[in-house]
Design a protein around this ligand. Structure first.
Ligand code: FAD
Length: 506
């Protein structure tokens, strides 16, 4: 047998900059997937600077992240005080007083050759007023506060349920820190005050802290949050600003006690210049008001948040300022930005933690040799850029499709121009009832439909194949489908009881 080609040795040192959710997710996944054998993994963070301390709602792929790390679900729930999340309830988005759910999992079932929503549209255009969410087990269960995980390897109605979690972001980072350190990740404490670069090509060679320590490295994962210390501040790769499409630029965040059993969904209630989140955990409820300071003062936004809590706040509200948009490059030279250092999209659809996870998976798929072939970075930048761009469109749709005209903010959102990619999607849906997916779309057709129907968009037409069924047969099938879903939801326990069955005390 011929000798295998001799490869250059791996990295001597891989340095993760930052110990927030992104930093510890990165360290944990890197050490798990490389077993520490492609380079010793170091993480540096600064307790003085701290972390952003929010980010508690997730989407279903978080289960894959936990599975990759080999984390048992009950342990995860216990350690992070997590609850289950079946979707998001949007209140007052289309118009004041309305409510719809964007659920996880499947909506409807196969009736004929056309997609389920074409049959739904046909029925709706003939006068059926049933809400789209009535065909989603996750929505029906969420409205009743119920949860039980879908059995594996089964194809009944229960298998249509998708779920994610709400968790305490601080506890999640601590949990991952224990995981990573137990597997050999070395943590350093200190505020980085100087970044050293190689004279000939600008590659980063090391970091100096205010205590005078130096941490050298060959590959740097920039998880420094909105400080964007390496990629944007040092390598100056540039930022694409999306504030004109997503005008919110501040959030007040505050926890309060639980006044009742935690509900298995996030609530996003629109106010007059933004929206308020409500995220129930085992031990408390997380709340925040995302708003645009161009349309409302910080004081008024704080008052609105405090006036709309379930219970008195457990701490002083914290103000977080942000700018919506993304890095022009996520990987440049020997630096890869993961987390908020790569961009910010408001938490309306809980996508930031997912972007950390998906960025890491894409990076692992393109893991470089120490010569850093720039084609790998190019491929990475394209793929991650697409993730951001498609999520951006989904978020903008929530604002653009409002009917509200009770404030300057909502009038702005109704009138604003939108990206051509989103305009095309909306036009297609309105005209033909078809949802055209873009390459890289994280949110699939059921998610788009939940929001489009939820925001009152009814297409003019539907797939003609949906006409191949007799009207009476169609209404019988739809009625039966709703009945099956409701019946099954009624057999599920309240989420609190399910958590208690797992031995978790609320
Ligand atoms: P950070 O938590 O800010 O961590 C940055 C780290 O870098 C810290 O450890 C800091 O000490 C370190 N650091 C920075 N500068 C230096 C320096 N000079 N020297 C040494 N260390 C340094 N995401 C979701 O998925 N779901 C949600 O529900 C959600 N809600 C959100 C609500 C709001 C209002 C905001 C603003 C964000 C929300 N997010 C949400 C996003 C989520 O919070 C972040 O994606 C996640 O916390 C990751 O943050 P991070 O680790 O990138 O940054």
């Amino acid at each position: 047998m011929q000798d295998l080609p001799r490869k250059q040795p791996g990295f001597r040192k891989i340095v993760v900059v930052g110990g927030g959710t992104a930093g510890w997710m990165t360290a944990a996944l890197l050490v798990r997937l490389t077993e520490g054998r492609l380079g010793q993994i170091h993480l540096i963070e600064s307790e003085d600077i701290g972390t952003i301390g929010v980010g508690e709602a997730t989407i279903p792929p978080i289960q894959d992240f936990n599975r990759l790390l080999g984390i048992d679900e009950t342990t995860f729930l216990r350690e992070t005080k997590a609850t289950f999340k079946l979707g998001i309830e949007f209140r007052n988005w289309h118009q004041k007083g309305d409510s719809y759910i964007h659920p996880f999992g499947v909506i409807g079932a196969q009736i004929g050759r056309a997609g389920f929503h074409h049959y739904y549209t046909r029925a709706a255009l003939s006068g059926d007023t049933t809400a789209f969410e009535a065909y989603s087990l996750a929505s029906v269960a969420a409205r009743q506060g119920r949860f039980a995980p879908p059995p594996r390897h089964d194809s009944g109605v229960h298998s249509t349920l998708g779920y994610a979690y709400h968790f305490d972001a601080g506890l999640f980072a601590q949990f991952l820190r224990r995981y990573a350190e137990a597997r050999g990740v070395i943590r350093h404490e200190g505020r980085i005050t100087k970044v050293n670069q190689r004279a000939e090509d600008g590659f980063i060679t090391g970091l100096e802290t205010e205590r005078g320590e130096t941490l050298d490295g060959d590959l740097f994962l920039d998880c420094s949050g909105m400080h964007a210390l390496l990629l944007q501040k040092t390598l100056e790769t540039g930022f694409e600003d999306w504030s004109h499409w997503l005008p919110a630029n501040r959030a007040w965040a505050v926890p309060c006690s639980n006044v009742s059993a935690p509900l298995p969904y996030t609530r996003a209630t629109a106010h007059s210049a933004g929206w308020q989140w409500r995220i129930p955990l085992q031990h408390r409820t997380g709340n925040g008001h995302v708003f645009s300071a161009d349309f409302m003062s910080e004081d008024e936004a704080q008052r609105i948040l405090l006036d709309n809590l379930d219970a008195p706040p457990l701490a002083d509200p914290r103000l977080i300022r942000f700018r919506t948009g993304r890095a022009r490059q996520f990987w440049h030279k020997n630096v890869v930005a993961i987390g908020l250092s790569g961009g910010f999209l408001e938490p309306l659809e809980s996508t930031s933690i997912h972007l950390i996870h998906s960025g890491l998976i894409k990076f692992m798929d393109l893991f470089p040799d120490p010569d850093f072939n720039p084609l790998l970075a190019q491929q990475y930048n394209q793929a991650v850029g697409m993730d951001y761009d498609t999520i951006r469109d989904f978020l903008i749709a929530h604002y653009k499709l409002t009917k509200r005209d009770d404030s300057e903010f909502w009038r702005y959102c109704r009138e604003m121009s939108i990206p051509a990619s989103l305009q095309y999607k909306l036009d297609q849906f309105r005209e033909s009832g078809r949802v055209i997916m873009s390459r890289g779309d994280l949110f699939q057709i059921p998610s788009w439909l939940a929001v489009l129907f939820g925001q009152g968009v009814m297409p003019k037409r539907y797939d003609p194949l949906a006409d191949l069924i007799e009207p009476q047969d169609l209404s019988d099938i739809l009625r039966q489908m709703q009945g099956t879903i409701t019946e099954y939801a009624n057999t599920m326990p309240p989420q609190a009881r399910y958590l208690e069955q797992l031995g978790l005390t609320l």
